[in-house]
Every structure is written in C-alpha cells, then in structure tokens.
Design a protein around this ligand. Structure first.
Ligand code: PMP
Ligand code: GLN
Length: 388
C-alpha cells in the first residue's frame, strides 16, 4: 500500500460499530440517529426514484438542490451565494472536506486544524501531502486557545480547517473566537475551510455562527455542511460546499474525478427538506437537547465526569473517576463488559502523539452519542451501572 495511507489503520467508527454488532451492544459510538428523518422527505425520494431521476446528476448537483442550499444560507445566515457558481453538492461532507484539501492545498503547505479532529481530517491531510498543525481544545471547557492558534501560523501556512459545532468535544465557537480566527486568516491571507455539519444542532439557545458571515471572510471561506445530521439521513451522503466561485471551483476540480456525482434521486428530496418550516429546525435541536440531558445526567450518575456539550450529537466524559485511565482500552472492552459501545477521544489526536501515550490529552476521554431514542439511552445508562 502507498505512503499516502500509511499508518491510517481502520477508522474507529468501523471498528466500534462492528464490535457493537458482534456483541449486541447498545451502540453509542458512531454518530447516527436510530430513527429516520421526515416521511415527506422519504416520499420525495421515492417519487424521484419512480419518476426517472436515476441517471447522473450534473457534477455540481441538481439545480433545485443548489437553489435550496443557496436559499438556506440566505434564510439562516443572510449569506448570498450564487447557486450556479458558489454552491456544489458532494458525497457527504466527507468528500467535500477531502476535495477541498486536494483542490486547495499543495504538498508541504501547512494546515491548521482543531484537535481533537474528526478522523477523516488526518487522513485527507496526509493524502494531500499537507503538514498538520494542530491547535488543541482542552477539557474541561474545550475553548479555542487563540494564542496557540496565532503561534501555529508560519510562512508555510495556507489554510485553517475549522469545525463548529465541534466533533468530538461538542464545543460551539463563539463570536469572539471566530473573530480571532478571522483576524488571523485575514492578516496571513489564509483560506478557511469550515465543517459545519452540526449547524442546526446547538443547545441552550446558543447560536451557530458561520465564520463566512464575519467581515472580510465570505471571500476566503469554503463552508461545508451535510443533510445527514440536519435531516437524520446520514446514509444518504448528500453534502455540499458553498463559498466564492474560485474556492468552489478548486474543490470541484478534485471532486469531479473522485465521484463526479452521486445520489441523483436523493438530491431533489433534500432540496425539499431544506425548505422545512422553522419549527422543524427548532424541534430537532430541542429533541436532541433533551436527549443530551438524559444521557449526560445518566453518565454523571454512573460516576463519570461529564462535559456537557453545547452542540453536536456527542457528550464527552472523563473515565478516571471510575478508576479507568485509557479510553481506547476502555472502549474496546466495554461492549463485552457491559453491552455498550462508545468512542475514545484518543484516536482524534494527532498521530504524532501516540494514542496510548501519556502525553495524549484524549487518553481519559470517551465520547457517547445521544442521537438515540430515550429508551435506548436509558438502557445504556442501566447497563453502565454494572461498571461500579
Ligand atoms: N464532519 C464532521 C465533523 C462529522 O461529525 C461528520 C460525521 N457525520 C462528517 C463530517 C461526515 O459527514 P457526511 O456523513 O455528510 O460525510
Ligand atoms: N460522523 C460520525 C461520528 O463522528 C460518524 C461518521 C462515520 O462513520 N464516518 O460518529
């Protein structure tokens, strides 16, 4: 195998979901909802399947979906994007991030990314030949350390890869943090690639602020999102990128030769979904917030230290109060031990830090998904009670 994939191993999500399936564990590992999205959206997909929309969509996505994405950016954030030149549909956010890096970053360029990072970032940064410059969000509050971000910039830095709401910590970047990122990006003429797949999953009234809305940022920001989380169709893999035409074009330059296009009959259904009324979006975050609270309270009662997230599908805990130290080892044994699966933070830190080494700040941290029905979360907490 090639040096491009050397050391990447198997994604933790595949490992832990396979382990959960083999042991019959309640799977709070991989982040996917256990109920489907809206029926009317499924109906639209069926109509498209039956209605002859089964051949290649245009490489940029079907026009009605590009228009719906542009309308969504305007409606929620006041961002004006041209559906023909500033919007592109991708095979999930995963492909958008990969194609953005391949299309915008040269080998040897340095890219700053928030650590712990979503696992595909390390892989696609490596495949693109970029040099990773992690800036670490640390427990207990996982705020962005602005001085460390500033110190991470060198003459070779060309891009910042941002993620808010942040997986796995659940941190939502505040306006002042985003302003600091923007000031650094403008001062050093950096491109910002921002993964905002959890844009509609913030809690306690906290707003999601796309960095593209800050002064001077629209022209240097590629914003990435996905229908997976917003509409509970993670398996459809309909994602998108919006931003200035040159950045979208560069992303498409790589994307056209990766998948060219995908999900033709699902695209019109997501176009319909994006037009949902405001109540849909507020109900989604209200429901997830109550699931967050249910699981957070349960984990606290079991004895974990709980870091209540501001957004996303995930709550992070420190396992040391229960006498455990190594999250990877803990998660590998948990399904057999009590019948629950979770994800260790360790694997989201830079490979330069050995996952099981004492310097890995993620070593005692474990991530639990609460995008599950309340009875499933209760069952998981019941089972975890056997740990003590
Ligand atoms: N980015 C982040 C931060 C994620 O948590 C995920 C997982 N859903 C993705 C990207 C991948 O999104 P998609 O399934 O649309 O490719
Ligand atoms: N984004 C999901 C998570 O963080 C998983 C996606 C995947 O399996 N690649 O759990």
């Amino acid at each position: 195998s090639s040096s491009r994939i050397a050391g990447l191993g198997t994604t933790i999500f595949a490992e832990m979901s396979a382990l959960a399936a083999r042991t019959g564990a309640v799977n709070l590992g991989q982040g996917f909802p256990d109920t489907d999205g809206p029926d009317d959206v499924v109906d639209r997909a069926v109509q498209a399947l039956r209605g002859g929309r089964n051949q290649y969509a245009p490489g940029t996505g079907v026009p009605e979906l590009r228009s719906a994405i542009a309308a969504h950016q305007q409606r929620f954030y006041g961002l004006a994007v041209d559906p023909d030149t500033e919007v592109a549909v991708t095979t999930g956010a995963t492909e958008a991030v990969a194609a953005a890096l391949l299309g915008l970053v040269d080998p040897g360029d340095e890219v700053i990314a928030l650590e712990p990072y979503y696992d595909s970032y390390v892989a696609v940064l490596q495949m693109s030949g970029a040099v990773r410059r992690p800036v670490t969000l640390r427990a207990p509050d996982f705020r962005l350390p602005i001085d460390e971000l500033r110190a991470a910039v060198t003459p070779r830095t060309t891009a910042i890869l941002l993620n808010t709401p942040h997986n796995p910590t659940g941190s939502v970047l505040r306006r002042d943090e985003l302003e600091a990122v923007a000031a650094i990006a403008i001062e050093h003429d950096l491109v910002v690639i921002t993964d905002e797949v959890y844009e509609h999953l913030t809690f306690d009234g906290l707003p999601h602020i796309p960095i593209a809305t800050l002064p001077g940022m629209a022209e240097r920001t590629l914003t990435i999102s996905s229908a997976g989380k917003t509409f509970s169709f993670t398996g459809w893999k309909i994602g998108w990128a919006t931003g200035p035409a040159p950045l979208v074009r560069a992303m498409l330059g790589a994307k056209q030769f990766l998948t060219y296009t995908s999900g033709s009959p699902l695209q019109p259904a997501i176009a319909h979904a994006l037009g949902a009324d405001d109540a849909y979006f507020t109900d989604l975050s209200t429901r997830l917030q109550s699931q967050r609270d249910l699981l957070s309270d349960g984990l606290r009662q079991v004895g974990f230290e709980v870091f209540v997230p501001e957004g996303t599908y995930f709550v992070t805990t420190d396992i040391r109060p229960l006498g455990f130290e190594d999250g990877l080892d803990f998660c590998r044994r948990l399904p057999d031990r009590v019948g629950v699966a979770a994800i260790p933070h360790q694997v989201f830190y830079d490979p330069a830090t050995p996952a099981d080494g004492p310097d890995n700040p993620g070593r005692p941290l474990v991530r639990w998904a609460f995008c599950k029905r309340p009875e499933v979360l209760r069952e998981a907490v019941d089972r975890l009670g056997a740990l003590v």
